[in-house]
Design a protein around this ligand. Structure first.
Ligand code: SF4
Length: 153
């Protein structure tokens, strides 16, 4: 079984009500079994929703209580992002998940790059909140950009 961001599976859970369907990921992993998750929905945010970014830090800093997640209206949505990460980690633990493929660049799901908090499309190094928590829990986190590395192992 593998945990995968629901938007990569075609679920319309992105902030704008669309998805990021990646058919190759589905075809490569459907045999082993896929668990879809959308941390932002699991955290209690609706769809569509106002986009959010981590302000002046990364998902790890959010987990450590050092920085906040704000939406583009300036509202603090940190608690939703933390709850989504915790619920996703619970699902992973209950299902004995060791690997996840999570959407890149997301303030929740990313495992490499995130937007810098200025809502100007600038990317910086760092995980999203859920990406960071799953890594802390010992889960190998990949994205739709590097998931083929799993097949090489
Ligand atoms: S939180 Fe993750 S699964 Fe949900 S829409 Fe954003 S990137 Fe996709």
């Amino acid at each position: 079984m593998i945990l995968i961001s629901a938007c990569l599976l075609g679920v319309n859970c992105k902030y704008d009500g669309s998805n990021s369907l990646a058919p190759d990921i589905i075809s490569k992993f459907e045999k082993e079994g896929i668990i879809p998750v959308c941390p932002e929905q699991l955290g209690g945010l609706g769809t569509p929703r106002i986009p959010s970014e981590i302000l002046s830090g990364t998902g790890k800093d959010v987990l450590d209580g050092e920085v906040r997640v704000l939406n583009s209206n300036g509202e603090d949505v940190t608690t939703f992002f933390l709850k989504g990460a915790i619920e996703t980690a619970k699902i992973a633990k209950k299902s004995n998940i060791k690997r996840a493929i999570l959407k890149s660049n997301s303030p929740s799901c990313s495992s490499s790059l995130i937007y810098d908090g200025t809502f100007t499309s600038k990317l910086i190094d760092g995980d999203g909140v859920t990406g960071a928590l799953l890594k802390r829990e010992g889960i190998q986190v990949y994205s739709e950009k590097n998931y083929l590395d799993i097949l090489l192992k």
